[in-house]
Design a protein around this ligand. Structure first.
Ligand code: PBG
Length: 303
């Protein structure tokens, strides 16, 4: 366990002078680009040197055009972050749900998400983020063939050294609830079960991971973390790529709520959750508690 393996997920919002607390994630905020640097310096001071950026645009449309606009919210935030804190490692979340008026992660055809139509858009998002300064892209859309589409597009633009971290093993999970409040990205109809996985299914996780590796994924992520650590271990043992585990918004919210009520010891619980993820084999731990965990690592409480 090392601070360099922590990634902090953060929300950037279109507008100015915004620093608003997310009601279902107390202690987490949405920042406008002008207010973001303060947080970035705090992270660097704590020894957390990697962030993952999620965007909250000022308008949404059917085709999620804000996701791949060169002046989109994530692109603008990436430019600012790399200018202010060049040593910060910036990861762009590649998905459409925060940008589409219907809240789905891809382009709709009638009432379902059209996998292949979406691939072209995902490739555009990835390219626009890397052009804006992203060091790595992380597709969370769960479309089939997405890694190949993104890899080809990045290579074509000359970004041959930019890695891809695939959310290959992403389950349709109630643990994303607070994130959807934070990002305003809940689907307006239906659910995500045609692209995210059924949590009863273990073997499909391996299929997804192997396909994405074949297509060129450099890192495989399992998400959520806490209830899915069996898959971190299984995929780690079966493959040669680094593993990432994402302790998602619902995990954060539960710990915060329990701590607020005085039912649990927040510090002890989050150290135990982190250690569990690393013990399962994760190499990269994405968590809203990154700053706190870094601090406990410094204190020698975990490590
Ligand atoms: C976008 C995306 C989601 C999360 C990360 N990327 C939400 C979803 O799939 O509905 C969730 C992260 C979290 O809960 O912290 N597809």
């Amino acid at each position: 366990m090392d601070k360099s393996s922590l990634v902090y997920p953060m929300f950037v919002k279109a507008g100015e002078n915004i620093e608003e607390e997310i009601p279902t994630m107390p202690g987490q905020f949405r920042y406008s680009v002008d207010r973001m640097p303060k947080l970035l310096y705090e992270l660097m001071d704590a020894g957390v040197t990697s962030v993952m950026l999620f965007g909250i645009p000022d308008h949404k449309d059917e085709v999620g055009s804000g996701a791949y606009a060169c002046d989109g919210i994530v692109q603008t935030a990436l430019e600012k972050a790399k200018k202010e804190v060049p040593e910060l490692y910036c990861i762009g979340d590649v998905c459409m749900c925060e940008y589409t008026s219907h809240g789905h992660c891809g382009i709709l055809k009638d009432t379902y998400v059209d996998n292949d139509l979406t691939l072209e858009k995902l490739a555009q998002i990835a390219v626009s983020q890397v052009q804006a300064g992203a060091d790595m892209v992380a597709p969370s859309d769960m479309m089939d063939g997405h890694i190949r589409a993104i890899r080809e597009a990045l290579d074509q633009k000359g970004f041959i050294t930019t890695p891809i971290m695939s959310y290959a093993v992403k389950y349709a999970s109630a643990f994303y609830g607070p994130f959807r409040d934070a990002a305003g990205s809940a689907p307006s109809f239906g659910d995500r079960k045609s692209y995210q996985m059924d949590y009863h299914n273990r073997r499909e996780a391996m299929k997804e991971a192997l396909l994405d590796i074949q297509e060129g994924a450099d890192i495989i992520m399992v998400k959520p973390a806490m209830s899915y650590l069996d898959l971190v271990r299984e995929i780690k043992d079966a493959t040669q790529v680094p593993m990432a585990a994402y302790s998602v918004s619902g995990e954060y919210a539960m710990v915060k709520a329990g701590a607020k009520l005085g039912y649990i010891d927040e510090a002890a619980i989050l150290c135990e959750m982190a250690a569990g993820a690393y013990r399962a084999g994760t190499d990269i731990y994405m968590t809203y508690y990154a700053k706190e965990i870094a601090h406990y690592m410094d204190e020698g409480r975990i490590g």
